[in-house]
Design a binder for this molecule. Sequence first.
Ligand SMILES: O=C(O)[C@H](O)[C@@H](O)[C@H](O)[C@H](O)CO
Ligand SMILES: [Mg+2]
Length: 397
Amino acid sequence: MSKISQIEPIVLAQTEKGSATWASVMILVKVTTSDGMTGYGEAVPTLRVINVYNTIKQVAKGYLGKEAEEPEKDYHEWYKQDFYLARSFESATATSAIDQALWDIIGKELGAPIYKLLGGKVRDRIPVYANGWYQDAVFPEDFAEKAKRVISMGYKALKFDPFGPYYDWIDEKGLKEAEDRVKAVREAVGGEVDILIEHHGRFNANSAIAIAKRLEKYNPIFMEEPVHHEDIEGLRKYKKAITTLKVALGERLISLKEAMFYIREGLVDIIQPDLCNIGGITIGKKVVSLAEANDVEVAFHNAFGSVQNAYSLQLSATVNNLYLLENFYDWFPQWKRDIVYDETKVEQGHVKVPEKPGIGVSINEKAIENMKIEPKELDVLEEPVWVVKGTWKHFQP
Ligand SMILES: O=C(O)[C@H](O)[C@@H](O)[C@H](O)[C@H](O)CO
Ligand SMILES: [Mg+2]
């Protein structure tokens, strides 16, 4: 048995920022054991880089000295301590990153990729969908042209937010703008490609319902976060009104029981847990089982960095009820790919399951050393940090 002897939060950034402002930095956690093993995990940055960095140091106090090979027990010990774990995004992401690193360490000790520790893979290649591809797209033609490029790269599915700057509610002009963009993409990619509609959880139920009725004819595979995250009653209203389209959500879920709530209440058809939020591999695999038992498919939220991506690939390899894995890889800034030596390339809309022990890929420790920065706040401009850059615009006069 090896004890957890060190937990170090690391913030990385470069001038190249990528398509999603709130993912312009990466937060890593490096865990070291008493016998010198190391593992890496990734935490979620968004607008909370400093808070997450500091929270990792606090959560570390609960993990130091514990067995590195017992993430299940360690998680529950910490669950006991952290009264607000289920209500704190910062704590949930810090705990998740440490948990990932422990699974990395176990895999390395046993010489096996994480997927083998979980019962083995059900597929050799993970099907992914593209996100981040529509930076600076405003007019329908922009979306069409960029979508064609994505398809020419071999992707079979793509996600986008066609709602420009609309927020809370949408009017006829907004419905038409969204429809024109979606229509342009559908016409550009043809009938065989999956279109996934991202709402970023920003509408009231009536507006979301109007949107669904308007976009239904373009055959979107799912409608993601159609209403505000905390608007449970709005989501019930939406689910009741829209029975022909599937709802996807999950990136803001931070506990097993929260995931269970949405599944049990029939409020989600495709669940999108984020392994950097939900509780790492330890809780992520339990959400997968809950989903499977309830005929809900899984499409991990995977929008931040290359270490998150590597863990999402490991778990996705084992999931029978996997719909698709989100993928920003081709729209990452190069430095994020450098961290994993570009080992998780997307080919024909799929990623080969990485086979190295633990996390599955090599970690470029030298690159990490060179990219380290002090944690700092992100700038906040008129265009919210959660949209794909340069898309918060109207195109109609
Ligand atoms: O499903 C997703 O990927 C999330 O809603 C976000 O993470 C944003 O879409 C992304 O960051 C682009 O800004
Ligand atoms: Mg989303």
